[in-house]
Design a protein around this ligand. Structure first.
Ligand SMILES: *Cc1c(COP(=O)(O)O)cnc(C)c1O
Length: 341
């Protein structure tokens, strides 16, 4: 298979159409057989439930080339399970886990020419999503749905080296107590747009959201979970019912314990104690871990000892180990690497 003529190392993070996408429609109470199509557009009623009431959930994962030349994805079964819990919360019919993994596999395989080569740092981002597609004007769930998977090649996250982020404590909340903070839904992103535009205007890379109930505990950013390292090398990560359960964060916890022999605590983390931590990182599929160098709380600066030039040493070890597992340089735990081609 001949690769597309793409300058992989200089790709950004912008949508670029690839040749195939997977579509399955839910009608009369059942998902149809589904399959690959080439049309990248969607035609539906102006009154579709997704357009009026935001009935849509999504996933994000990446396909990439390992050291030995295989095209793989990382733990797609967990994306399937998370999409299921997201769908249930928004009254969207569940797509069986097997069908999800099959759809991702087929879509990536069909677009193999867009999977960046090993070592380029680029990946093929995979976006599965589902939405209520028929007209609904009174507020209720749709009767018809579409599940769709498209892919788009994206560039290396850390172009020209890792740069620790400066983030601010946000005055906005990203999730309500007992709301939808723990599901991957477009609605959680719609309300984060103003907060992130404003953060960028003020010179910050990201928002640190606090727990919506008391605004004293650390939750997450708009699209990544926090991971902290204490001064005695313990890995600590926030526990809350309104955080999106990041697959990267869950994998890093296991890596910390089983590969690096570190102690890990998942617990409530008060904003007050952040000044005592040695390292801070944001975890998500896109970057695996982005180091945080500085957190600004209404004029008070918390400068992490790891500084603004590089990742902290434990963060770096976690990053190197997980990316080593993903790229096939280190032995992966059973079931983590899904081989596509
Ligand atoms: C997707 C997402 C993450 C990261 O999850 P991964 O599974 O690691 O990619 C974290 N927070 C939010 C709000 C997200 O939507």
């Amino acid at each position: 298979m001949e690769k597309k003529n793409i300058d992989w190392a200089n790709l950004g993070f912008a949508y670029q159409k690839t040749d195939y996408r997977y579509v399955s429609n839910f009608r009369d109470g059942a998902w149809d057989e589904g399959g690959l199509i080439t049309d990248d557009t969607i035609t539906m009623s102006e009154c579709a439930c997704v357009l009026q009431y935001a009935q849509t959930v999504f996933e994000g994962l990446k396909a990439y080339t390992t050291e030995d030349g295989h095209i793989v994805t990382f733990r797609p079964d967990l994306n399937a399970q998370r999409l299921e819990s997201s769908a249930k919360r928004l009254e969207i019919p569940v797509l069986p886990e097997g069908r999800f993994v099959e759809a991702v596999t087929e879509t990536v395989r069909a677009n193999a020419a867009y999977v960046p080569p090993y070592g380029s740092g680029a990946t093929l981002y995979v976006r599965p999503f589902m939405f209520g597609s028929n007209a609904v004007i009174g507020v209720k769930p749709a009767d018809e749905y579409q599940f769709r998977v498209f892919t788009t090649p994206v560039g290396p996250y850390f172009k020209g080296g890792v740069k620790p982020l400066t983030i601010r404590v946000s005055d906005f909340d990203r999730a309500a107590p007992h709301g939808t903070g723990d599901i991957k839904a477009g609605l959680n992103y719609a309300m984060s747009l103003h907060a992130i535009v404003d953060a960028h205007k003020q010179g910050y890379d990201e928002n640190m959201y606090l727990d919506p109930g008391t605004r004293t505990k650390v939750e997450e950013t708009g699209g990544a979970n926090f991971l902290f390292v204490t001064r005695d090398n313990k890995v600590v990560t926030p526990k809350s019912g309104s955080i999106l359960p990041s697959i990267t964060r869950r994998s890093l916890i296991q890596v910390a314990q089983e590969y690096l022999g570190l102690e890990v605590e998942e617990r409530e983390i008060y904003l007050d104690e952040v000044k005592d931590f040695a390292e801070c990182g944001l975890c998500g599929t896109a970057a695996v871990i982005s180091p945080v160098g500085k957190i600004v709380d209404h004029g008070t600066e918390i400068c992490l000892p790891s500084g603004m030039a590089e990742m902290g040493p434990i963060t770096k070890k976690l990053y190197d180990t997980l990316t080593g597992i993903q790229m096939g340089r280190l032995k992966a735990p059973e079931g983590w690497i899904h081989v596509i081609a």
